[in-house]
Design a protein around this ligand. Structure first.
Ligand code: PLP
Length: 481
């Protein structure tokens, strides 16, 4: 692709700025002589159409959900209704000043208050804070609440957070940043929580346990009630990582499973695109006894008005400036209202049905190490057998999928599955799309056997072929050379 710097020609313009009508003398008096440049900067000179083509072409170098299927496991890359983007851009929301008075902010405060109540109902919690800006930020907030709870009881020995080895990488990181020691427990042979391992890990130092249910393997933890009971009896609290809540919406709640603290990602489950580099939101909900520790502000409805509550003296304080990423909250609110409880229930039914369809069909060509042909909203295959037999790695197969027009699934995660291929189709895809994807995956499996060199060399039809991904991530070169 040609870069803008190579296009254009001297004197070409999109817009003309009127000539400067401030005398040179006055300018140097105001700005200081040293700050005035002698020559115009050597910028590319382009017409409007040059610029439009440049950026439109650049935008299409990225794979996008708007152009194709994106079954990236543990990421919930569902299609998000465009109307919610429009709503979040209504002037009354997006042009508000965060320092506007209570009186002047009643509409926004109502939305904030009602979204908090909706999330509390969906997750079975007493109250939510909408401040955290991402999933990991929500985890940190939840960990700080758990620490504050134990401190308020002068229970200073509780310094350990337990996580299973299938947990999302942010879990141990958040617990550690909040000052806890992390104890990892091994999953059982079925990929589920091993109650014996949990029993051994529990003790007077246990502050709590972080868990995702369905787990990162896409399996429902059938012993969750027993596990919750064990953690509580040992004096710990239970944290629910609900970043991808697509399997449980209006089917069950973390509180029914015994959890005390939960976060969810509005930028996965509730209608904000994920992975686009834009802002996110990771609200945190808690059971009644933890409400005093929530960060401020919280909003109450009193005498017909929405008001900011006085900060509780046990509150962990501020997690973020003002009211969090407000535009993301507007989209979540609109999505929840448009679906209602019945619609959200259908979202989960369809998300789980779609995943099971793919799981059944693909487990004939790839190994399904856990799950007995059943899954929740996602599942994890292993490419180890194909690698052993034909020397084709999961990475090779993912690159071939790119060539075929798909965003590959999540690969090499979770770590407990060798050559992992983690697939989450979401509820917004049709059976026709799923069938086409199965065909593509089966073609890849066949090619691994018949023409492995084709997979080693993929992708061939893209602007770049194989990249040194570590180098690209650590030392990005973001300008033209
Ligand atoms: C995405 C995800 C997170 C982290 O969310 P971020 O917004 O990326 O910080 C945490 N846990 C699970 C299970 C996730 O899928």
């Amino acid at each position: 692709m040609k870069l803008i710097f190579e296009e254009g020609a001297k004197g070409r313009r999109a817009y003309k700025i009127p000539p400067c009508d401030v005398p040179q003398k006055a300018l140097s008096a105001i700005l200081g002589k040293n700050n005035l440049r002698a020559d115009a900067p050597a910028l590319p000179e382009c017409s409007e159409v040059d610029v439009v083509r440049h950026f439109t072409n650049l935008s299409q170098l990225n794979f996008a959900l708007d152009t194709g299927f994106y079954p990236l496991g543990s990421c919930t890359m569902k299609y998000n209704p465009k109307i919610n983007e429009d709503l979040s851009r209504l002037a009354g929301f997006c042009e508000m000043h965060p320092l506007q008075s209570e009186e002047d902010s009643q509409g926004a405060m109502q939305l904030y208050y009602e979204l908090e109540r909706s999330l509390s109902a969906i997750f079975g919690m007493s109250r939510f804070t909408l401040l955290p800006a991402a999933g990991a930020h929500g985890e940190l907030c939840g960990m700080m609440i758990i620490a504050a709870y134990h401190r308020s009881r002068k229970d200073y020995a509780r310094k350990t957070i337990i996580v299973p080895d299938s947990s999302h990488g942010t879990n141990p990181a958040s617990a550690s940043i909040a000052g806890f020691t992390v104890k990892t427990i091994k999953s059982g042979p079925d990929g589920l929580l091993d109650l014996n391992a949990l029993k051994e890990a529990l003790g007077p130092d246990t502050a709590g346990m972080m868990l995702t249910n369905p787990s990162t393997l896409g399996l429902f933890e059938k012993d969750i009630m027993k596990a919750a009971d064990m953690v509580h009896k040992a004096g710990g609290l239970l944290y629910y990582d609900g970043a991808n809540s697509n399997a449980i919406l209006c089917k069950t709640t973390p509180s029914l499973m015994g959890f005390d603290v939960v976060h969810t990602n509005l930028h996965k489950t509730f209608s904000t695109p994920h992975g686009g580099g834009g802002p996110g939101s990771g609200p945190v909900g808690v059971v009644e006894k933890l409400v005093p520790f929530l960060p401020s502000p919280l909003i109450a409805y009193k005498n017909g008005k929405y008001v900011f509550e006085k900060e509780n003296k046990l509150s962990i304080g501020k997690m973020r400036s003002f009211f969090g990423n407000f535009g993301v909250l507007v989209k979540a609110y609109a999505y929840i209202l448009a679906n209602g409880a019945e619609g959200l229930d259908e979202v989960s039914t369809a998300a789980v049905a779609n995943a099971n369809y793919l799981c059944r069909r693909l487990s004939k060509a790839f190994t399904l190490p856990y799950g007995d042909n059943r899954c929740m909203h996602e599942f994890v295959l292993s490419g180890q057998e194909i690698k052993d037999k034909y020397g084709v790695s999961t990475l090779d197969m993912a690159k071939r999928l790119i060539e075929m027009g798909y965003h590959p699934p999540t690969i090499y995660f979770p770590l407990i599955v060798h050559e992992a291929i983690m697939i989450e189709p979401c509820e917004t895809e049709s059976v026709a799309t799923l069938k086409e994807f199965v065909d593509a995956m089966l073609t890849v499996a066949k090619e691994a056997k018949e023409c492995p060199e084709k997979l080693h060399a993929a992708p061939q039809n893209k602007p770049v072929t194989r990249l040194d991904e570590t180098l690209a991530a650590r030392t990005p070169v973001v300008k033209a050379q």
